[in-house]
Design a binder for this molecule. Structure first.
Ligand SMILES: C[S@@+](CC[C@H](N)C(=O)[O-])C[C@H]1O[C@@H](n2cnc3c(N)ncnc32)[C@H](O)[C@@H]1O
Length: 357
């Protein structure tokens, strides 16, 4: 259902779009001066949970990554040095957080009812919202709409759809539970300068999360990254064969996925491994003899490592289980390293409320 975009209505929704008016170049003293135009409910709820919101954050040193052209499509983010699992490679405050699922009906005077506002209305709102941006953020936001995302429909109504398209294509989704708001919001999308350029891979090397307390977006390394390698995240669940992944990826304008895992010739082998990872039953393993259990767990571990799916929560579980079995078999020396590695990956997960595209 389309709503007439009355001014009052637009105003009501505009108040539900958050801007972090801080430039990327800001030094730490400037973090106190973050100015939010708009939604108070979110901030008030978060303030009850965290004192001094938004907290200062420790910016990463400059020059860890660079945005440049990628064989995948248009631009991507690349490592300027080597990284190891657990390293934070991107940390930044988004310059836009917008509710993309808003339960408001203009005819009901801004109170509840219809689940979605129309794209035209949201597009118009975002367009007017841009006026509030600091100049560097406005430029950063504008630069996100590169030729890769233009299509005839967008092109013909560029003025309205431009911002909306950036939000959909370059934004990360964070759900209501991440914000712990009660009330009207179900979903937000956040847009930032570097992270919004991170492309998708079916064998990703970072896990992304949004940290509420500092209002920062973070990308944590999940497997070794070489200098010059592209930083890649997942846009969809990955324990599925290529055909299924490609269906998941269509809404992200990825058709087809050109990542290393999808370009590999041995798709049959990959499909078998991913199915095994998806269907693996840890409970059944417990019933096996230690030797048999070890064999099964090592099969799972190898499949995860060969498919480069180290980000999966199952990975530290399997490392820890193999370690416990070695201890049981009297070889605690073998289990120590595994436990260390498992702890590292548990750490990566607990710090990560995963942000999705
Ligand atoms: C969030 S943007 C990533 C940055 C984008 N490449 C740019 O130049 O701004 C997502 C878009 O990048 C492209 N993309 C990302 N990962 C891809 C992949 N694995 N294969 C093909 N295209 C991809 C798609 O067009 C997708 O809609």
């Amino acid at each position: 259902m389309e709503f007439a975009a009355t001014n009052a209505w637009k105003e009501a929704v505009l108040n539900r779009v958050i801007f972090t008016n801080i430039s990327d170049a800001a030094d730490s003293s400037a973090h106190d001066t973050v100015l939010y135009v708009g939604e108070q409910v979110v901030l008030d709820t978060l303030r009850r949970k965290y004192r001094n919101l938004p907290r200062k954050y420790v910016p990463l040193p400059n020059g860890l990554v660079v945005v440049q052209s990628t064989p995948l499509l248009s631009l991507g983010v690349f490592a300027k040095r080597a990284f190891k699992p657990g390293d934070v490679i991107v940390r930044e405050r988004p310059f836009l957080i917008a509710a993309t699922d808003i339960n408001l009906d203009p005819s009901a005077d801004g109170k509840k009812v219809n689940p979605f506002i129309s794209n035209t209305v949201l597009g118009e709102i975002l367009k007017s919202a841009e006026k509030h941006f600091l100049p560097p953020n406005r430029d950063g936001f504008g630069a996100l709409l590169t030729e890769y995302s233009l299509n005839p429909v967008i092109d013909s109504r560029k003025d309205i759809f431009r911002s909306l398209y950036v939000l959909c294509c370059n934004g990360f989704r964070i759900d209501e539970e991440d914000f712990e708001t009660s009330g009207v919001y179900k979903e937000y999308r956040i847009v930032s300068r570097v992270a919004s350029r991170i492309n998708h891979s079916c064998s990703p090397n970072v896990l992304c999360h949004f940290d509420e307390a500092t209002f920062t977006f973070n990308a944590v390394v999940t497997r070794k990254i070489r200098i010059g390698e592209e930083i890649l995240m997942m846009y969809c669940p990955l324990e599925f064969p290529r055909v299924e992944r490609h269906l998941w990826l269509l809404p992200y304008n990825i058709d087809p996925c050109r990542c290393e895992a999808c370009e590999r010739t041995d798709q049959e082998g990959s499909t078998q491994k991913r199915k095994m990872i998806r269907d693996f039953d840890m409970h059944k393993v417990i019933e096996l003899s230690p030797q048999k259990a070890l064999k099964e767990l090592n099969r799972l571990r190898n499949a995860i490592e060969e498919e480069k799916l180290h980000f999966l929560p199952a990975y530290p579980n399997v490392l820890q289980s193999i370690g416990s079995l070695w201890t049981k078999l009297g070889k605690s020396n073998l289990s120590e390293d595994l436990q260390k590695q498992a702890d590292l990956y548990y750490g990566i997960h607990t710090s990560s409320q995963v942000a999705q595209r």
